[in-house]
Design a protein around this ligand. Structure first.
Ligand SMILES: [Fe+2]
Length: 183
């Protein structure tokens, strides 16, 4: 049975071993999706909720609003994603000259786990009409990356400094749009 505190303790120990250890813990966690939903409760609001933060490790509960899209960005630290409800469509990008080009995609559904290396650039889409829920574990302090993080404008694909407040407002706007569309 998934237990949030035990999962965090295991990640604190496992992060020193690297992303493979975290991936194993995540795979075990998302094999009990009902248990995670019982711990976190049914998603009510879109957003990113940190449930653990240290210089070596961040664990975030992501709730993606229906049909929301997050612009391309990098992390500057490895991450492991585990989906416990809904679907995350990831597009992967690579730098090419002053901009980026899409190079691949992976669609993640309930129970799926993905590991992203520290230099990965991805954008995320929730393609369905309900909340998508995922645990994201980062091998560092997500909110204070040791190397500055970038994001890319979704229309022009031009690079700019990552801004967590802009990210948070995207979640709020996406939830408001969904709320307006459903009355
Ligand atoms: Fe990301």
């Amino acid at each position: 049975m998934f237990n949030k505190d035990r999962f965090i303790e295991d990640c604190v120990r496992g992060v020193a071993e690297g992303h493979e250890a975290i991936r194993e813990l995540m795979a075990e966690a998302v094999s009990d999706r009902a248990g995670i939903l019982a711990e976190f409760g049914a998603p009510e609001h879109a957003g990113l909720t940190p449930i653990f933060r240290s210089p070596a490790l961040t664990v975030i509960n992501f709730v993606w609003a229906p049909c929301m899209c997050l612009m391309p960005h990098n992390h500057q630290m490895f991450s492991v994603v585990g989906i416990y409800a809904g679907r995350e469509d990831n597009i992967f990008w690579q730098r090419t000259g002053p901009t980026i080009a899409a190079t691949g995609a992976r669609s993640l559904g309930g129970g799926d786990v993905a590991t992203l290396d520290s230099d990965v650039i991805h954008s995320v889409l929730n393609p369905i009409g309900k909340m998508t829920c995922a645990i994201h574990v980062y091998g560092g302090d997500f909110f204070a990356p040791p190397t500055p993080r970038s994001e890319w404008d979704h229309e022009t694909l031009s690079e700019r400094p990552w801004n967590v407040e802009r990210v948070k407002s995207l979640f709020r706007e996406a939830e408001a749009r969904f709320g307006a569309s459903t009355g």
